[in-house]
Design a protein around this ligand. Structure first.
Ligand code: C2E
Ligand code: CA
Ligand code: CA
Length: 409
């Protein structure tokens, strides 16, 4: 994780960046007011004043040209730091035509500024008080005037910055939902589920969190946080005497897989944590189709290091039958949609029976998700399902609660 601050408190009169500074990021005003000024033919000129929800220094996320204006706090001001990575990934995925237009506009804007400033000295060099950016070598950018992003884009950037802050300052949490070994009637392991209690919004759905993190490279850090936390949790469960040694399953989305080296780093962490072999599993969940070459590579690597691989949400979206004969999944998780209908819909029961038979033939284990009643569990036992997960068995709990119940036994 880099050491760039995620949030800055700038006192009144504080200079965030000065003209000529080397930029490193953009900013979003959270509260307070910033003044953007420049000098034209020796005269100081105020370009704009920016309040809460407005962006400044955003050109730094596009290129590394020196700042062309100075940003000063009019009052005590709080700013979120927008990491260039938050934008660069999105820009890379943007329609090439739109990208070309943005790049062309930027070149024109810089050209215009240069024309204005001909024969002007570099003002940054004259700043009496070094700017925040100059003091913090890895700080930011280049000021321009009007905020250019759509409000929903700004909301996303703010949420992303808050997520980065949560990652850096212990604001995320992992809960563990028990998975029951149906035949032995005991908890065999847990699924790690990320939680974010946003200071203002309250709990943010993990699907929203993961979706947001996937839009930038932040998903890499989120994923590594979950793996580190899960590895530490396995250790503590083993130390607490959990018998037999339980497993923890961690979710990895298709987009996470696209980041090179992700699985290698996961494997290195699992090895470094020296947790018992087989105590970490990966669940592939899909926000888009899985890339077959990447999945095959990931499964091979996991198997070399004793990490089991599950196909999650089976029967929905992209987790279709073609995945089954192509890849050696160890576990198949039947989506809760089928399990919820099991008792009342004969066709759902027929599908679940067929999935169980198929998994048997392929040597994979089966987890039924969303088990909420005793009747459903009894039916799953009759059908020969291996594991059950759902509110009947237990909701996702903090590690300490699980450790406390182990000790109470
Ligand atoms: P999932 O992997 O299918 O996880 C199971 C979801 O079903 C969890 O929702 C869980 O709380 C919920 N659930 C468990 N038992 C029951 C039940 O009996 N009834 C019902 N109705 N729901 C039940 P949650 O925690 O909101 O997570 C939603 C999704 O977010 C997960 O679906 C997973 O796709 C994703 N996710 C969560 N944590 C992570 C993570 O660390 N990394 C990644 N990439 N994705 C994650
Ligand atoms: Ca899952
Ligand atoms: Ca699932």
């Amino acid at each position: 994780m880099n050491s760039t601050p995620t949030r800055i408190h700038l006192p009144k009169g504080g200079v965030l960046f000065a003209d000529g500074d080397q930029p490193s990021s953009a900013y979003l005003v959270e509260s307070g007011e910033m003044e953007i000024s420049t000098r034209v033919r020796g005269q100081r000129m105020v370009l704009s004043r920016l309040g809460a929800g407005e962006l400044l220094g955003e050109m730094a996320v596009f290129d590394t040209g020196p700042r062309s204006a100075t940003a000063t706090a009019c009052v005590d001001t709080v700013l979120y730091v927008i990491d260039p990575e938050q934008v660069s990934e999105r820009l890379a995925k943007t329609d090439p035509v739109i990208r070309a237009l943005i790049e062309s506009l930027l070149r024109r804007y810089r050209g215009m500024l240069e024309t204005y400033r001909l024969a002007e000295p570099r003002w940054g060099a004259q700043a009496e008080v070094p700017s925040f950016e100059r003091v913090h070598a890895d700080a930011i950018v280049h000021a321009d005037g009007e905020p250019s992003m759509h409000p929903t884009g700004v909301d996303k950037l703010r949420l992303e910055s808050q997520l980065r802050e949560a990652l850096a300052h212990d604001g995320l949490d992992v809960r563990y939902q028990p998975i029951l070994d149906i035949a032995r009637q005991r908890v065999a392991g847990y699924e790690a589920l990320i939680r974010w209690n946003h200071p203002v919004r309250g709990p943010v759905s993990p699907l929203e969190l993961v979706g947001l993190a996937e839009e930038s490279a932040l998903i890499v850090q989120v994923g590594e946080y979950v793996f580190d936390t899960a590895c530490a949790a396995v250790r503590r469960l083993v130390e607490a005497g959990a018998q037999p040694s339980p497993f923890i399953a961690v979710n990895v989305s298709a987009r996470q897989l696209e980041h090179p080296g992700l699985i290698e780093r996961v494997v290195a962490r699992v090895d470094a944590a020296a947790v018992p072999r087989g105590s970490l599993k990966i669940e592939f969940t899909e926000s888009q189709a899985l890339d077959p070459a990447l999945v095959r590579q990931a499964i091979e690597l996991c198997h070399q290091h004793g990490i089991g691989v599950a196909l999650d949400d089976f029967g929905t979206g992209y987790s279709h039958l073609t995945q089954m004969h192509r890849f050696e999944f160890d576990t198949l998780k039947i989506d809760q949609g089928f399990i919820g209908a099991l008792l009342h819909e004969p066709r759902a029961r027929a599908v679940v029976e067929a999935i169980i038979a198929m998994a048997r033939a392929l040597g994979a284990q089966i987890v039924a998700e969303g088990v909420e009643s005793d009747e459903t569990l009894a039916m799953l036992r009759t059908l020969g399902c291996d594991f059950a997960q759902g509110y009947l068995i237990g909701e996702a709990q903090p590690l300490d609660a699980i450790l406390a119940s182990l000790r109470a036994r």
